[in-house]
Design a protein around this ligand. Structure first.
Ligand code: ADP
Ligand code: MG
Length: 503
């Protein structure tokens, strides 16, 4: 019988107040491609850090090559063939590919004088191991994300690796780059090197993984084979919740539109946009990148100047010449890139939530902190934001929870129209469902919602109407109940530039 490359037994690890890992066990055979899945905050990175000797577990053991460790340090892990490719790859951007690769050995061998010829040989050999084409003299900082990752993998293979661990390796890769990465993982397998990788994207990992371990809240949920899983089960194991696949079909009374546009145009961005939005609706605006969808959203929020056409709120023509004027009229906007546009990451969760309505907690120049805290806590509860304390910095939260803070911040201003641009981009399954549920509840209470998104299932399931944008124009209005995913995809990517008559 071949020994496993690693056996993790009963590992637990707590950080102040958080049980990050609770009695986790995991084993991986030589050459096995093993996927570690779990929602954000479930303990994946912590487990990787225990396996690689960065964190000491509070309980449990890690067995590597027959040696059983209760306290593993990084050198033990490396000398037993464990290599980690971190999300930031830990490469040195100012150094060349060659230097990045060769310095590891130069340093490890305690050399004082750099021998360039030897370095080049070492580096070339490392790159040859993964059989890719990268210029050794290029500065790593100028490489694409995928190439940086390859350099990190090549470097990991320079020592006698038996297990390569990759933390969310596909996050920033294109489809083609993912395919290339998978080919490398299969090559490693052929040489008996096992891969443990972290992911929460089933579509992607399904084709390559031979075994899955799913964890939730630091606890082991299941270890299984791909044939034991489908989307529904995968979501269930990760979140512990069943998600109904119902469409959003609101009862719309004869309410007047709250927001309307007539031939709204912004030069170079979009033209002749007619739309109307009623309270209680979730209107989807979809289109590929560059279709004008984001520009339209920004115009509706007073952040992009329009050149012609009209915008009406409750039937009255208005000019939204600034974000301030849009907010004053009850329009809220949750931006696409929450990290750069939406939040003060180092400030507390509480202050981020109440910041846009801080005026209402100030009387006679004094902030009523208690009132502000109550309001913040209300939204934390309402949106199920996973934090032990609203005083914690937003940067301590996962992406999905940060996205909920952005939402909470806008809801605290009591908007009548809420525009969300890519509300669930990069968000894990559970948070995604929560955000959708919240939007449906809000619409049911009379909020008018616009979801701008190119996530086809998202708009088909959660919107009661969909406008498709293509090359700056609205090319069709769809009833999701009558539209298939394929139809919608085709309309989004259709070539609508003027065509020649066929002769
Ligand atoms: P994942 O990688 O699955 O998203 P993590 O392993 O990073 O999850 O985190 C698991 C839990 O442990 C989270 O609640 C996280 O906030 C907490 N945690 C992780 N690292 C630390 C740390 N160094 N200090 C305090 N809490 C931490
Ligand atoms: Mg992580």
């Amino acid at each position: 019988m071949v020994n496993n490359v690693i056996e993790v037994r009963g590992v637990s690890k707590a950080f102040a107040g958080v049980q990050a890992l609770d009695d986790i066990s995991l084993e991986i055979a030589p050459g096995e491609i093993h996927c570690l899945a779990g929602e954000n905050g479930s303990g994946k990175s912590t487990l990787i850090k225990v396996i690689s000797g960065v964190h000491s577990p509070d309980a449990g053991t890690v067995e590597l090559g027959g040696d059983v460790f209760t306290q593993l340090n990084p050198m033990d892990a490396i000398s037993h063939g464990v290599q980690v490719i971190y999300q930031d790859f830990a490469v040195f951007p100012n150094l060349s590919v060659m230097e990045n690769l060769a310095l590891t050995t130069e340093l490890a061998e305690g050399r004082t004088f750099v021998n360039w010829r030897r370095m080049r040989k070492v580096a070339a050999a490392a790159i040859a191991k993964i059989n890719v084409d990268i210029d050794l003299d290029e500065k790593v900082g100028t490489l694409s994300v995928a190439q940086k990752q390859l350099v990190a993998i090549a470097r990991a293979l320079m020592s006698d690796a038996k297990l390569i661990i990759m933390d969310e390796p596909t996050t920033a890769l294109t489809k083609r780059e993912v395919t290339a990465l998978f080919k490398i993982i299969l090559d490693l397998k052929a040489r008996g090197i096992a891969t443990l990788f972290v992911s929460h994207k089933l579509e992607e990992v399904f084709e390559i993984s031979e075994k899955f371990t799913i964890i939730r809240n630091g606890k082991h949920v299941i270890t299984c084979l791909p044939e034991d899983l489908d989307h529904k089960k995968f979501s269930y194991y990760m979140t512990g919740r069943e998600f109904e696949g119902s469409r959003f079909e609101p009862e719309l009374d004869a309410v007047q539109p709250i927001l309307e546009t007539f031939k709204l145009s912004a030069d170079g961005a979009f033209a002749d946009v007619d739309l109307s939005l009623r309270p209680g609706e979730i209107l989807g605006i979809t289109g590929i990148l560059g279709s004008g969808r984001t520009e339209l959203a920004l115009a509706l929020f007073g952040a992009l100047k329009v050149d012609s056409g009209e915008l009406r709120i409750e039937g009255k023509p208005v000019v939204l010449d600034s974000v301030r004027s849009a907010i004053a009229r009850g329009i809220g906007y949750v931006p696409e890139d929450r990290l750069t546009e939406g939040l003060f990451l180092e400030r507390s969760i509480g202050s981020n939530i109440v910041i846009s309505e801080i005026d209402s907690f100030v009387s006679a120049g004094v902030l009523d902190q208690r009132k502000a805290d109550i309001e913040a806590q209300r939204w934390v509860d309402e949106l199920r934001i996973a934090t032990p304390n609203v005083e914690n910095a937003v940067s301590t939260l996962s992406g999905g929870n940060q996205q909920r803070i952005v939402l909470a911040k806008w809801l605290a201003t009591n908007p009548r129209v809420l525009i969300l641009n890519g509300p669930t981009v990069g968000v894990d399954i559970g948070s995604k469902h929560d955000i959708h549920r919240v939007l449906r509840d809000l619409a049911a209470e009379g909020l008018a919602v616009i979801i701008i998104s190119d996530d086809i299932p998202e708009v088909l399931q959660n919107c009661n109407r969909i406008l498709v944008m293509n090359s700056g124009r609205i090319v069709s209005e769809l009833d999701p109940a009558q539209t298939s995913e394929a139809d919608l995809a085709a309309l989004m990517s259709e070539d609508v530039s003027p065509r020649q008559e066929e002769g």
